[in-house]
Design a protein around this ligand. Structure first.
Ligand code: PMP
Length: 393
């Protein structure tokens, strides 16, 4: 039997969706560099005690790998609800309010699959997380961006006006924002939630669904993306405190940042049970593997230990902002585990200069700015030394 190598079949054209032509896969460069400060990871690996618990849990899960995993993963959802109640000092959350997937990336894809789609709009305010337009593209959802102010805050009046005008199905608001680190005051979130209660898409399917529902326009789903919430400063509350009165609010979180579990791929959200039920419809069956569930549950059993570094990372971040300002640079006040700094006439040259000195940061956000993740004190010191050299060169 003969076969033709795949790369020799040159005259067969794939029916690629036109909007994907020329698109590159999303992701920051994964380079082998001593100081990695480019994707907002937690610089502290899990302790040996955590590693041992995870290994035991995975071994146990391995014994049942001939079976599909628990599709509803209620044990994990209950554990996540308990964690959130404690972290944000809220009550009334249980498994029915929780959802999880392979990173909050996948949670947000589920949101767009359930509420976006052709003829519908998702909206955010730039500069914002650069994956959002990709979820929109991949679900055939129209993507609209408003602007943040010069200082990267959100003007509530202008935001509400745009939402009322565009009638988005989904509003995506990171708080703290990536790449600026700016958190939204709860008053702003509440104003947006008030407008969003009736600012959703008015489409045929909604009007036909029930004749009585045609009188009340649907809501926009407001997603407060709290991937970095555990790093917020003292006075910054979580949008979880607004869940009880807002069935159109979804608060997303992740184990990738504060928990230091980026490699495990576990993101989750809290919302009203009806919203969670919509996500259960669009998820692939068994999307969260038995291994992932076991890892997440084992890690949650060590929450306090895993989070022990969060306070020192916050301090490290505040020190970094102060230091950048003392160098005569701009640095945006941050509630996250990264800092946006600048402004450089040639940010690429600064990025390359740092890379040559073994420090990888991220070229993202508005032109002229760079973003650096908060690392260990040693990594921060290496970053500072490299930056001084680059700027002095
Ligand atoms: N939201 C924001 C604002 C992020 O910066 C990130 C990761 N960079 C995510 C969501 C997704 O994180 P994960 O999929 O690892 O949970």
């Amino acid at each position: 039997m003969t076969s033709t190598p795949v790369d020799a079949q040159a005259d067969t054209r794939l029916p690629l969706r036109p909007e994907l032509a020329g698109e590159e896969p999303y992701g920051a460069p994964q380079l082998d560099v001593p100081v990695l400060l480019n994707v907002n990871e937690n610089p502290y690996p899990p302790s040996e005690a955590v590693v041992a618990s995870i290994a035991n849990a995975v071994a146990e899960a391995a014994r049942g790998l001939n079976r599909y995993p628990d599709r509803e993963f209620r044990e994990l959802r209950t554990a996540l609800a308990g964690y959130l109640e404690r972290e944000a000092q809220v009550t009334g959350l249980d498994a029915d309010h929780l959802w999880a997937a392979n990173g909050s990336n996948e949670v947000m894809l589920h949101l767009l699959q359930a509420f976006g789609g052709p003829g519908r709009t998702a909206l955010s305010f730039a500069p914002t997380y650069s994956m959002y337009p990709e979820y929109a593209r991949d679900t055939n959802t129209t993507w609209v961006t408003g602007r943040r102010e010069e200082d990267f805050t959100l003007d509530a009046d202008r935001a509400c006006e745009l939402i009322a005008r565009e009638r988005p199905a989904v509003v995506l608001l990171p708080s703290p924002n990536n790449p600026t680190g700016t958190a939204l005051p709860l008053e702003t979130v509440q104003r947006i939630l008030d407008v969003a209660r009736t600012s959703g898409p008015i489409d045929v399917a909604n009007d036909d669904a029930e004749s009585t529902s045609a009188a009340t326009p649907p809501a926009s789903v407001v997603v407060i993306d709290e991937a970095y919430a555990e790093f917020r400063r003292e006075a910054t509350p979580s949008a979880l405190t607004l869940l009880a009165d807002n069935p159109h609010l979804a608060v997303t979180r992740t184990m990738s940042k504060a928990f230091g579990m980026a490699g495990a791929r576990v993101g989750y959200l809290a919302a009203a049970p009806a919203l969670v039920d919509a996500l259960r419809v669009v998820r692939l069956p068994y999307h969260l593997s038995a291994v992932t569930q076991a890892v997440a549950l084992a890690a949650l059993g060590h929450t306090d230990e895993l989070m022990a570094q969060v306070a020192s990372l916050r301090e490290e971040r505040d020190g970094l902002v102060t230091w950048l300002l003392s160098q005569g640079l701009d640095a945006v006040p941050s509630d996250a585990n990264f800092v946006l700094f600048g402004r450089f006439t040639d940010r690429n040259a600064v990025w390359e200069g740092l890379l040559e000195r073994g420090v990888l940061v991220r070229q993202t956000g508005p032109d002229g700015w760079l973003r650096v993740s908060v690392g260990t004190p040693e990594e921060t010191a290496a970053f500072k030394a490299a930056l001084v050299e680059v700027l002095g060169a």
